[in-house]
Design a protein around this ligand. Structure first.
Ligand code: SF4
Length: 668
């Protein structure tokens, strides 16, 4: 990575998370020297080094080596570094040719006035190519403001002129908290207030001039950044609170501060989410107009805190401030008593901090207990499986009893066993084997389930392995009837037998079950495929349903028929079986990656919005294919048949590849 500025470091951290060996080459003596003073720059370098990213400062790149492909770089001092990929993040320079060709006045950028008008009154310009008041811009927030000014002008409305404001910088590398804004160069007419706590890795520096804040550098603890930033932009006189200023708003005005005072005092234009350029006014309007009540809902509708998540706390405070007593604190409750972090926070940090074991989660995220509890351990086990397919090894001790024993415990202490019947189909041989097992092990109850499977009830624990062995010998595998994962794909008889069927619903259901089986999920996952809208397999009350019609396939999702009863909503129509499979794999993976543990699809969809899910899976082809590809990749490491593994005396966590059609793998 050539360039140790904001974007270069965020990219370097992202590549490191992907498992790459990353070196940052930076021309200046300290990183991010435009935003950070020397001390904070060194702290940042150490934090990156601790994360395994090599940093070389004062590194002047002279040459990129390689003929047909990149092989390395040569520095000015002769050092040669091998590289397979070189990424340059060395700042931006406006491209001026269009402005010059049009005869416009240009300097470092195309010159415009505060109404975005160039030297030709009929030509306006916004963005990174312009220069206004001797400044050029590369951040998104001022560009949005320029676009608003221009939009109003073009619409014939009065508009306030564009005004410069000092943008704050936040490094979006989770675990490295850094906030910087303004001018922090030393000067005779300036004073500094500095707080250092080396043991805690905290460094705060405020630069003052004429009793006003003109520069802010916060490292380690950045929660007060927006408060300082607001005062800096407003030009507030801080002389009255100078003694305690560095300790933040909690000490302003003699203590006893309202925790919501910080967000309450922010103007509507104050930027809350730097990643997506979302300001306070946008969030408050969305909460009020769309009746949002949770962080997930605000994320889905405004994108605030949907990227790096560092502003989640501020968004929650805005929810509390806007909703008052209607704010459901449970909506943002921690995942359990062992942590203050929510499920979503933990999921995000597992990935951004590259955490790959339950003990590491507990240590890195400061769990208050040493071993976790029955709430967090199964959730963490699932989140790690989902985040690191092929790397994380399932922890059987973090599973509920049914998943540990691969059977369902009954009220008398015996177990129930359900073999898988692909798409609800069985054969005389399978039925004979089931009957033989029932006779041999004195199984008193054999019952057909609502999911078109056969349940053997009343099996003694000591007989489980022998029962599985006999069923395996007849070609049957676990039906995962106990799992937070794929349970069943129910089908009707379709075109093979039904006079009104429109498609091969049975064959499609079998294909889906072959592809999806063994995938762990936040909760159980039930599917159904019906061969026509008469819907004999009840697809419209399943987590995911398919209704075949003459012109193709209607995909449904979000149904439930348990304690909670709810019909599905339509996802979309598709034309081919290959599309059905791709869309369902993508939807399943999106659910796997986003839902809280123990949320069924309908609960997750209620939180993030059905339209949001459609906008990703249906409208965004690239995202859909990426989700489907990640699902298929993770299935290479799925839990195949835990019964077989137990019979063979192995632990059940790494198995053969699933039966994914070659064509589908190529498609996605
Ligand atoms: S859903 Fe339609 S195709 Fe399937 S069995 Fe019923 S009537 Fe026949």
């Amino acid at each position: 990575m050539i360039g140790g500025g904001l974007l270069g470091l965020e990219a370097a951290a992202g590549l490191k998370v992907q498992g790459m060996d990353v070196t940052v080459l930076h021309l200046m003596p300290t990183l991010m020297e435009r935003q950070l003073d020397e001390t904070a720059g060194h702290l940042l370098e150490k934090a990156l080094t601790d994360r395994g990213i090599k940093v070389i400062t004062k590194a002047n790149t002279k040459e990129i080596l390689g003929t047909t492909k990149v092989e390395g770089v040569r520095l000015e001092d002769g050092t040669i570094l091998d590289a397979n990929i070189i990424i340059m993040a060395v700042g931006i320079r406006p491209n001026l040719w269009l402005g010059k060709d049009a005869g416009l006045d240009v300097d470092r950028g195309i010159l415009v006035n505060n109404m975005m008008q160039t030297s030709d009154p009929n030509i306006f310009s916004v963005g990174e190519c312009i220069q206004v008041e001797n400044r050029t811009y590369g951040l998104v927030a001022p560009l949005y403001d320029q676009a608003k000014v221009l939009g109003s002008t073009l619409a014939g409305k009065d508009s306030k002129p564009f005004t410069h404001f000092e943008a704050a910088t936040k490094l979006k590398v989770t675990g490295i908290n850094l906030f910087s804004a303004g001018d922090f160069a030393a000067g005779d007419d300036r004073q500094e207030i500095v707080l250092r706590d080396a043991a805690k890795g905290v460094y705060k520096r405020l630069v003052l001039q004429d009793d006003k804040i003109i520069g802010i550098v916060l490292y380690g603890e950045t929660a007060d950044g927006p408060w300082f930033y607001q005062m800096m932009n407003a030009g507030d006189d801080i002389s009255e609170m100078r003694d305690t200023l560095i300790f933040g708003p909690a000490y302003a005005g003699g203590g006893g501060a309202d925790p919501l005072a910080l967000v309450a005092g922010m103007p509507d234009e104050a930027e809350i989410c730097g990643c997506n350029g979302v300001c306070k006014g946008d969030i408050v309007s969305a909460i009020t107009d769309k009746k949002l009540g949770t962080l997930d809902e605000v994320r889905a509708h405004t994108k605030a805190s949907a990227s790096c998540g560092s502003c989640s706390g501020l968004v929650e405070q805005l929810l509390a401030l806007t909703l008052g007593d209607d704010f459901d604190t449970n909506a943002v409750t921690a995942m359990c008593a062992c942590t203050d972090l929510s499920h979503q926070d933990v999921r995000r940090m597992i990935i951004s901090k590259s955490i790959k074991s339950i003990p590491d989660v507990m240590q890195e995220l400061h769990w208050t207990t040493s071993c976790g509890c029955t709430k967090c351990r199964p959730a963490l086990n699932y989140y790690l499986i989902c985040a690191w397919p092929g790397e994380y090894v399932d922890d059987g001790y973090s599973r509920y009893i049914n998943e540990r024993v691969h059977a369902n415990i009954q009220k008398d202490g015996t177990y129930s066993v359900i073999p898988r019947m692909w798409g609800g189909m069985t054969t005389p041989n399978e039925l004979r084997a089931i009957a033989d097992v029932a006779d041999k092990f004195d199984i008193s109850t054999v019952k057909v389930t609502g999911g078109q499977r056969i349940d053997l009830l009343g099996i003694r624990k000591e007989d489980l392995t022998a029962v599985w062995a006999d069923l395996n010998a007849a070609g049957m595998v676990s039906g995962h009837a106990y799992a937070k994962g794929l349970r069943t794909v129910k089908t009707c008889v379709g075109t093979d037998w039904c006079r009104v069927a429109t498609q091969d619903s049975t064959g499609l259901g079998i294909q889906l079950e072959r592809i999806l089986w063994g995938a762990w999920a936040p909760h159980k996952l039930k599917l159904a495929v019906s061969g026509c809208p008469r819907n004999c397999s009840e697809a419209t009350c399943k987590d995911i349903g398919v209704i075949c019609v003459d012109s193709g396939y209607e995909l449904h999702f979000g149904g439930a028929a348990g304690m909670h009863i709810q019909g599905t909503q339509v996802l979309c129509m598709v034309d081919t079986e290959a599309e059905v499979i791709e869309y369902i794999c993508a939807l399943t993976q999106m659910y796997r990656e986003q839902a809280n543990y123990l949320d069924r699809i309908y609960k997750w969809a209620d939180k993030v919005g059905y339209d949001y899910i459609r906008s990703v899976i249906v409208d965004d082809e690239q995202e859909r294919k990426a989700y489907a590809a990640r699902f298929l990749y993770s299935q290479k490491f799925m839990q195949n048949d835990p019964w077989k593994e137990r019979v063979e005396g192995k632990e059940a966590h790494h198995f053969d590849a699933p039966l994914v059609p070659k064509k589908l793998e190529e498609t996605v």
